[in-house]
Design a protein around this ligand. Structure first.
Ligand SMILES: [Zn+2]
Length: 290
């Protein structure tokens, strides 16, 4: 099992000035460029073995919901076309959650709610649902398609951290950890909003899976000429993949953030494998500030 050094939860988080030699997971300042890809560079931390790219999103200012514009026809059709594939996965995810807890009447928050599909499925079970989605176009779609009002303020915002502390029975993070600037901080901020005994459920790609290992071997053997999946696993475009965890790193992170792991669904052998974690917030733990 890896051991993280003393964790510093307040990085210099300005996307324009972040020093990528500072590991985004453990804070050690000895990370170095390891995979030089066409559009981005993957840094690796020699202390905790975390991998992340040298790009951070510059988050747009939040557009108040009352001035959300109606979604244009082309965008609506594109999002609509993506829904069926997502719906199958989200229904599987919903079953996973329902195995752990009945949802009727429960306070739920879907962070990174996208077009609002999972929030909609949760609401159908009788849960009381809120969602966070920073991209305006998805919020407009969720409002029009599902009648769901997603919030644009990210989970670090005062409106969440002050008004919803220890409020939710369930927080979900589907496909979020690999996309955000600082996943460890995000997890702590999400933990602050969960009741003691409440659930956190998340999924994210797995770095110690076969497809990633094969890509690393290919990169080394070809001296960088053939990185295979590494080119598509990471992207310097806004809201795309910035980091990928190993199962061990993710388990350490959630346990360090005050959760016990109830269930893991993952296999290193599946291609493009994801790991799904179901975690329970410990009953007795002082919450962190921020
Ligand atoms: Zn590190």
């Amino acid at each position: 099992m890896l051991t993280f050094p003393a964790y510093n939860s307040s990085p210099a988080s300005d996307p324009c000035s972040y020093n990528f030699e500072r590991c985004k997971l453990c804070g050690a300042e000895t990370a170095h460029p390891t995979y030089l890809l066409k559009k981005t560079t993957v840094y690796a931390c020699p202390v905790c073995d975390f991998h992340y790219i040298n790009y951070l999103d510059d988050l747009p200012p939040v557009v108040p919901d009352e001035i959300l514009q109606p979604i244009d026809h082309k965008s609506r059709n594109y999002i609509e076309a993506c829904l069926p594939a997502n719906e199958l996965q989200h229904r599987i995810n919903l079953q996973l959650v329902k195995c752990q807890t009945p949802l009727s009447g429960k306070q739920c928050l879907d962070i990174g709610a996208g077009a609002g599909l999972f929030a909609h499925l949760l609401a159908e079970t009788g849960a009381v649902v809120q969602g966070i989605e920073p991209q305006v176009i998805f919020r407009a779609f969720a409002r029009e398609k599902f009648g769901i009002e997603l919030r644009g303020e990210t989970v670090d915002a005062r409106c969440w951290q002050q008004s919803f502390r220890a409020f939710f029975d369930l927080v979900t993070l589907w496909d979020v950890f690999e996309h955000v600037n600082f996943p460890a901080e995000l997890l702590q901020q999400a933990a602050n909003l969960i009741k003691p005994g409440g659930l956190l459920v998340l999924d994210t790609p797995r770095r110690d899976a076969l497809y990633y290992r094969i890509s690393e071997w290919s990169y080394r053997l070809s001296r960088g000429a053939n990185p295979l999946f590494l080119e598509t696993l990471y992207s310097p475009l806004p809201f795309r993949h910035k980091q990928i965890f190993t199962l061990s790193q993710l388990l350490q992170l959630v346990e360090r953030s005050g959760f016990s792991v109830l269930a893991i669904n993952s296999s290193v052998l599946r291609m493009h494998n994801k790991m799904v974690l179901v975690c329970r917030k410990e009953e007795q733990r002082p919450e962190s500030a921020g």
